[in-house]
Design a protein around this ligand. Sequence first.
Ligand code: PLP
Length: 393
Amino acid sequence: MKLVPIEDVRSLPRPPIGELLDEAIKLLRTCRVTETIQLDEGYNVCLADYKRFHALKILGVRFIPASINCRERVDLSLEDLGFREDLDFNPMKVCRNHTELIKACWPTPLIRLNSLSSGSREVWAKLEYLNPFSNSIKDRIGWYMIIDALENGRILHGTRSIYEASSTNTGIALSCIGKSLNLKTRIYLPRTVQRCSDIYLRLLGSEVIRVQEQLTVEAINLVRQDSIRDNALHIDQFENDANFICHLRYTSKELDYQLKSIGLKPRRIICALGTSGHASAISFYFKNRYGDEVEVVGVQPANDETIPGMRRVETGMKWIHYVKIDHVVDVTRREAIEGLTKVSSMDGLPIGLSSGAIIAGLEKLSERDGVSVLVFPDHFYKYAEAFLNCTQL
Ligand code: PLP
């Protein structure tokens, strides 16, 4: 048996997400590997092992235990294979490129919210606005979807443009990361998005198309048709498994090790729902590692309400169907602004509207004892227009 760096190994393309997750479940539940992966002399994975290989890859190990032309029994933990090493990247934060810059910001900080913690209740927040490009959780998937497309040959020589529908954050992330790789970006913004988004995106060199639709996801067919016509890549955060995989490999793992480092066991984790990428990955990771002792709560806009970046489950989400979300809580825009105002003014944190919705979601839960972890997707600077006519302030 030898440990082989994962980037030295060649395999068939990633299997469909359902089959991949079946393999990942086995690994996450035990956190151990009991058999080597069989390779040939050219380091190609044998057919029987390719799903297990990809499951190890999406969990972010650095090495795989391999044997040439045979399989052997082993007993190795995921940590023996470098599972944690993604998190110890670049401590001096000196960056040669965009990939190093984004990774230098990880893990994003976890902070205790004093305004909401007391007695048996502890509330902690993961600050995703400390990502470097869009100042949002969407930097993660913007970066990973592009890297994944390059790795899997979806960005070819003839395809130098990326088209995407976004409510701003993914658009900014793709614009920045695309620019660093000489890729053009065209972003489709629904009519409900604040006007300053056009300016931010144009400043970053992107083309902006305003569409009549209210929700980002409703513009998908148009983006798909245009991308086929123009030989561009529709990166499609709503269907692209790299979205979910990125949050499994990085966001969830970070949170797990951050909580472990201070000896905390979460009772619940609360996330805003948009594509469902981060909520689904967090649920998949924590429930397979720790079972139903960790509840996962999704927050969605109440009927006929808009909260930027968020939408209702029934509008269609891909990965939520592979995982368990214990509660889905409805929040109005007004309640989201109240939540935002509370944490901004009492904890001194400039959180965005979907983060405010998460605060409101927490306050609506009947059971709130124990440790609650909130994932705050972005900050309030982008939403000044939403506050201009707001009588609550
Ligand atoms: N909050 C904000 C501000 C967002 O931009 C998004 C997604 O666009 C979300 C929450 C939802 O995240 P996800 O798409 O991972 O469900």
